[in-house]
Every structure is written in structure tokens, then in C-alpha cells.
Design a protein around this ligand. Structure first.
Ligand code: HEC
Length: 125
């Protein structure tokens, strides 16, 4: 993982784990371990579940975007493009739409950090 992002992510992951009560991640963070790929996937899934899936999930897929089963591993051009779209709307603050409950700043920063990191080191692509 990018050495610059790592300490920041650790702090942020701790914040999220408290917010999301994600026990496995909390235990790992409190022990001072780095956040594993599995834990990162869980953080992303938790974020999408709470902030996005009601409009981009099984029932509704606004703009054809479905986020409830987006694999964090970037394996081909299609998955790269999907993640870039997600990153763009988060960076610009376009999603969730402004009439919706907005993510906490730390939560958003952590999510953007994770996605940026994933995009910068695609797996097997
Ligand atoms: C209240 C419903 C709602 C929620 C919650 C919501 N979206 Fe959307 N989303 C939309 C609608 C409607 C569109 C299509 C119209 C538009 O672009 O504004 C859209 C479009 C998008 C697009 C495509 C944008 C493009 O330019 O093609 C992406 C990517 C996206 N959303 C990601 C997200 C993410 C990530 C979250 C959670 C942080 C989220 N959305 C939460 C309703 C929602």
C-alpha cells in the first residue's frame, strides 16, 4: 500500500470501525496491524451499503450503476471504468445526491483513499 496513505488510512479505518461496528476490522486496527485486503473490502461494502445501495442495488440501479456487489479487485477494463466513475462522483461530492444524508468527512476520505489505492495497483490486469 502507498506509504503516504497508510497512516492516514489507519486513523480513518479506526474511525469507521467505530461508526460501523465492524468488529473484525476494529480488532485489527486496535492491534496496530495494517488493514488487510479483506478488511478493506468490508469497509467499502459497509460504505456502499449504508450510503448508496438504496439507489444502486438489487431493487434500483440508477443510471445502470449497481454497487452492492462491485468487486474491489480491478481485473479488467470494465471494472476499472466502474471504479473510476465511483471515484469521480465521490471526489466531486456528487453522490450521494445533496438531498440525501451525507457521509462523515473521515468516512468519505477513507473510502476515497481505498478506491484510489485500488485503482493505482490493479490486480492481474
Ligand atoms: C437517492 C438515490 C441515490 C443515492 C443514495 C446515490 N445515488 Fe448515485 N445516482 C442516483 C441517480 C438518480 C443517478 C443518475 C442521475 C445523476 O447522475 O444524477 C446516479 C448516478 C450515479 C453514478 C453515475 C454517474 C455518471 O455520471 O454516470 C454513479 C457512479 C453513482 N451514482 C454512484 C453513487 C455512489 C458511490 C453513491 C453512494 C455514495 C450513490 N451513487 C448514492 C441516485 C442515487
Amino acid at each position: 500500500m502507498n506509504i503516504f496513505i497508510k497512516p492516514l488510512m489507519s486513523i480513518i479505518a479506526t474511525t469507521i470501525c467505530v461508526l460501523a461496528f465492524a468488529d473484525a476490522i476494529c480488532a485489527q486496527e486496535l492491534r496496530g496491524d495494517s488493514v488487510s485486503d479483506a478488511a478493506q473490502s468490508k469497509l467499502l461494502a459497509t460504505f456502499f451499503q449504508s450510503r448508496c445501495v438504496k439507489c444502486h442495488g438489487k431493487q434500483k440501479q440508477n443510471n445502470g450503476v449497481r454497487l452492492d456487489r462491485l468487486d474491489p479487485r480491478i481485473t479488467d477494463h470494465a471494472s476499472l471504468t466502474k471504479w473510476q466513475d465511483v471515484l469521480e462522483v465521490l471526489n466531486k461530492g456528487e453522490m450521494p445526491p445533496e438531498d440525501q444524508k451525507q457521509p462523515e468527512k473521515d468516512e468519505l476520505t477513507a473510502t476515497i483513499g481505498l478506491i484510489t489505492d485500488n485503482i493505482s495497483r490493479p490486480a492481474g490486469y
